[in-house]
Design a protein around this ligand. Structure first.
Ligand SMILES: NC(=O)c1ccc[n+]([C@@H]2O[C@H](COP(=O)([O-])OP(=O)(O)OC[C@H]3O[C@@H](n4cnc5c(N)ncnc54)[C@H](O)[C@@H]3O)[C@@H](O)[C@H]2O)c1
Length: 412
């Protein structure tokens, strides 16, 4: 069977994680990497782990001429320029089947729309990478509960939190380059997974209609002088001038278009979660049944005492965003699979080889951008946003949050 030749643009944190995930997916190879920081390291990893013998290209045009699919895994502020160059390469003859884009599709609705236009204008299939929707823990729980749902009724509320102690690269902290703070970075996951959990069996990802969004954001830890200073010294980002939210929480309501039933997603996202490391937690409540996921609970744990701690060189070896090198630590045997990275790549590979879009298209990614931007609007206007109102829809089309314009001091 044919293998999908994939080119990576971006060779940082997520590219390395996805390369780990690719080891668990058949019929694909890492064929090309765009020349940027860590490209050589990623190429060496690919060679050692049987993922291929990637060539490193200095231009997107050259890379496009040598692959079947491209994964955009670079920072949020680089999206449009990169997609424009891919579209230009296709126009000049590059024979690509599809493009993958990491979350978020772009920083604003305007830019997200442009991403979709460029991809579709170039006749490319698309896959939007929202890994949580491919989490086996979620999907297996839902599968197990389908008979109960049939008998008792659908889930009525889904809760999702994604929290860690703060991002690993300076651009994430900069609200202008990233597009906001914790909500833009991680709220996109939480909103999407709530909608997914609430979606009735067999219905498409955009089945539930968003009705309203209510969100509150704050700067709880990283705005304090002591932590502001740490942030400035480590990442060169000044939260006294251009702050971003490190905490966001809210409720989104959806309507089932067939039954009219209203269901709700409750989300919390933060960059001030000083526990073991990244925690994704979800729960779903239905009439007479429930489900719950907590990615910090693992069948394995290790203990490292103070003396032995000096020997631990890399605290993040076994758990994303690990904050500690000693004590009782959780060890996840297969994080790439746990968080859904394996499932999302497998789906993109199978879909593109079949000349189809991925399960989550860029149009879906655009919808998620719209919901995240509605959260910023709700916070700015301190009210519940009616997502069905034509004037709100129009406002959102060109909305750019104050936080993402560097004016966060007005609203945080
Ligand atoms: N799904 C998830 O859970 C998840 C987790 C982390 C990051 N992400 C997303 O992945 C993307 C990348 O994040 P990351 O954590 O890997 O960031 P990172 O800072 O670790 O790595 C970014 C990479 O992009 C490269 N790069 C920078 N500017 C570029 C440009 N102009 N053109 C091409 N490449 C450029 C850098 O050299 C680096 O290799 C972001 O959009 C982020 O939101 C998703």
């Amino acid at each position: 069977m044919k293998s999908l030749r994939i080119g990576f643009i971006g060779s940082g944190f997520i590219a390395q994680f996805l390369a780990k995930a690719m080891k668990q997916v058949r019929h694909c190879e890492l064929t090309a990497i765009y020349r940027r920081s860590n490209a050589e390291t990623l190429a060496a990893y690919a060679r050692t782990n049987g993922l291929g013998d990637p060539k490193i290209y200095s231009s997107i045009k050259e890379l496009s001429n040598n692959v079947d699919a491209i994964a955009i895994l670079s920072p949020n502020f680089t999206r449009l320029q990169i997609m424009q160059e891919i579209a230009d390469a296709v126009e000049e003859g590059a024979n690509i089947t599809g493009v993958i884009c990491e979350k978020p599709l772009a920083r604003t609705i305007t830019d997200s729309k442009r991403m979709v236009e460029l991809a579709r204008g170039a006749n490319l299939k698309t896959a939007y990478f929202e890994n949580m929707i491919f989490m086996n823990t979620i999907n297996n729980s839902l599968e197990q509960l389908r008979p109960q749902q049939k008998a008792m009724g659908e889930l009525v509320i889904a809760r999702s939190t994604e929290e860690h102690a703060g991002p690993h690269s300076s651009w994430f902290w900069d609200p202008i380059r990233q597009g906001g703070g914790a909500m833009s970075d991680m709220g996109c996951h939480s909103v999407a997974i709530c909608r997914h959990m609430l979606t009735p069996a067999g219905k498409p990802p955009s089945f539930l209609e968003p009705v309203s969004m209510q969100c509150s954001m704050s700067l709880l830890k990283w705005g304090q002088p002591k932590y502001r200073k740490q942030l400035f010294e480590k990442y060169g980002v000044d939260y006294s001038k251009t702050p971003a939210e490190d905490f966001a929480t809210g409720i989104i309501s959806f309507r089932n278009p067939e039954t009219g039933q209203i269901v709700q997603g409750q989300f919390t996202d933060s960059w001030m979660f000083d526990k073991q490391g990244l925690r994704l937690s979800m729960d779903g409540l239905g009439p007479g049944y429930a489900m719950e996921v907590n990615t910090l609970l693992s069948p394995s744990e290790i203990f490292i005492g103070d003396e032995a701690a000096e020997k631990v060189a890399d605290s993040e070896a076994a758990l994303e965003k690990s904050t500690s090198t000693r004590g009782l630590l959780a060890i996840q045997p297969n994080e790439a699979d746990l968080y859904g990275y394996v499932g999302e790549i497998r789906n993109a590979v199978d879909s593109f080889l079949d000349n189809k879009d991925g399960f989550l298209t860029w149009e879906y990614g655009l919808e998620i951008t719209r919901l995240v931007q509605a959260a910023y609007l709700s916070h700015e206007e301190q009210r519940t946003i009616d997502l069905t109102a034509p004037d709100i829809q129009k406002k959102l089309d060109t909305f750019q949050s104050k936080i993402s314009k560097g004016e966060g001091n007005e609203v945080l």
